[in-house]
Design a protein around this ligand. Structure first.
Ligand code: NDP
Length: 428
């Protein structure tokens, strides 16, 4: 009886059900591998289908002990840093069993230490360690996919042990394997106080993305005769490393996101956090490390303006909502209008959240588009990122909309009538 109440069976499918989950589970790793195969130094950027097929057949070349050492070394480094670097412990949102998960707030410190170690490595050993990482890129991609699949299998099996004493995700307990494996069954798996979901969401993956940016800048430096790097690659690396730093600096904000509060730790997050983010997201610096682009003065001004606008929308919208959630009576929010809901949590209908229900996604997407534009128009491949990100954000918006309509009922209908646009005001 208790089990049924605490961990009810999920009655709805996400991602268009088992078939949708299977498709996305197969397509996502393939997409990640393909973005390398269709764009590299050997095959060019857009490589021919013959080249791509040839590479796929030669699958054994994707495994290497050296790359495995790098990958697992990086994971172990982050576990050790999590354990030894001090930081205050902060409670996440209240769980439905009345408990709270505690999280160690040391991610930004670890980021700074890692940045210092990266600089020290460059000054001591020069470019070779960074170039070794870029050379091992395809092997790292395959190892990360293999590891995230393995980790998801272990987590799925683990979710069945002592089921009465743990919380399952409300959207990952349908009893249909592919769906629950993708969505994640267990809400907060942990090992010795280390919450695995938050760990993988913020640390090896996000910092790996930033670190790979550095490696690709170094690679371009080597390509251009160890004399200079282009402004375009510095611009992209600055935006991406800044985005990571910003997320880690605002570590507590991740505790209220859907990933932490709602989704279980399944293949979706496991693969997303430690494969997709570190190896797909630096696609623009990877491209520029092989095909440097010079920007005109006008293009530079345009990119700086669009990236700044994107960041401004993204950060100020997120801050406005976070501040409102933390203290709805904060005097600096007194000018904002909201509608009351039965849950006691109110919904903003003016300010950023009056323009569109996910105006923060617009800022995030604009930021990503400006990084694609910095790659020029020589190849469509860097633009895959903006296309993929648009799909992710539109789908994420529909998932959140569904969750909010369940959470807020009639009040959400009223909210939607007042704020009809979802991401782009007056268009969508
Ligand atoms: P949001 O930060 O947009 O949060 C959505 C939640 O905010 C809702 O579930 C609801 O939760 C609350 N909310 C919605 N409308 C209102 C309102 N009008 N007034 C007050 N509260 C409201 O969602 P995400 O977690 O998806 O995104 C966080 C950030 O992370 C975004 O900027 C996004 O761009 C970024 N992101 C980046 C990704 C990447 O790969 N780079 C991937 C995903 C996200 P409640 O009412 O329960 O508080």
């Amino acid at each position: 009886m208790k089990k049924q109440k605490l961990n009810p069976k999920s009655t709805e499918f996400e991602f268009f059900g088992p078939i949708g989950c299977t498709v996305v589970m197969v397509i996502s790793p393939l997409f990640l591998l393909m973005q390398y195969l269709i764009c590299n130094e050997e095959g060019g950027c857009l490589a021919s289908p013959g080249y791509v097929l040839g590479k796929l057949v030669d699958f054994k070349s994707f495994y290497s002990f050296k790359a495995a050492g790098m990958y697992f070394g990086w994971l172990i480094y982050h576990v050790i840093m999590w354990a030894v670097v001090p930081g205050p412990w902060v409670a996440g949102t209240r769980l439905r069993n009345g408990n709270y998960v505690q999280y160690k707030m040391n991610a930004f410190r670890i980021f700074l230490i890692t940045a210092g170690l990266t600089l020290a490595t460059f000054l001591t050993y020069g470019t070779s360690p960074f170039l070794a990482v870029t050379q091992a890129f395809p092997q790292l991609v395959v190892i990360s996919i293999t590891y995230s699949a393995f980790q998801s299998v272990v987590l799925y099996m683990h979710s069945f042990t002592y089921e009465n004493n743990k919380l399952l995700a409300l959207n990952g307990n349908t009893g249909v394997f592919v769906h629950d494996f993708w969505m994640g069954r267990e809400l907060n798996p942990s090992v010795f106080g280390l919450d695995l979901k938050e760990f993988f969401e913020l640390r090896p993956g996000l910092m790996g993305w930033a670190f790979l940016n550095v490696c690709f800048v170094v690679k371009q430096y080597a390509l251009l005769g160890y004399s200079r790097v282009t402004f375009s690659i510095l611009f992209v690396a600055f935006c991406q490393i800044g985005y990571v730093a910003d997320s880690l600096y605002n570590q507590a904000a991740v505790l209220t996101t859907m990933d932490i509060t709602t989704d279980g730790f399944g293949f979706m997050l496991s693969f997303g956090d430690i494969s997709f983010v570190p190896f797909l997201y630096p696609i623009q610096t990877r491209y520029l490390s092989m095909y440097p682009q010079e920007l005109t003065g006008l293009a530079t001004v345009f990119l700086l303006a669009s990236a700044s606008l994107g960041y401004y929308i993204f950060r100020s919208a997120n801050c406005q909502k976070n501040d409102f959630r933390r203290d709805p009576n904060d005097p600096k929010l007194a000018h904002l209008k909201y509608i009351k809901t039965d849950t006691g949590r109110n919904l903003l209908i003016s300010g950023w959240w009056g323009y569109a229900s996910h105006i923060n996604y617009l800022g995030d997407w604009l930021l990503s588009l400006s990084q694609c534009l910095a790659c020029g128009f020589g190849s469509p491949v860097p633009y895959l990122f903006a296309a993929y990100f648009a799909v992710l954000l539109v789908h994420r918006d529909s998932r959140d909309d569904h969750e909010c309509s369940k959470k807020y009922g009639e009040s959400w209908k009223k909210y939607r009538a007042t704020v009809p646009y979802r991401i782009l005001p007056y268009v969508y």
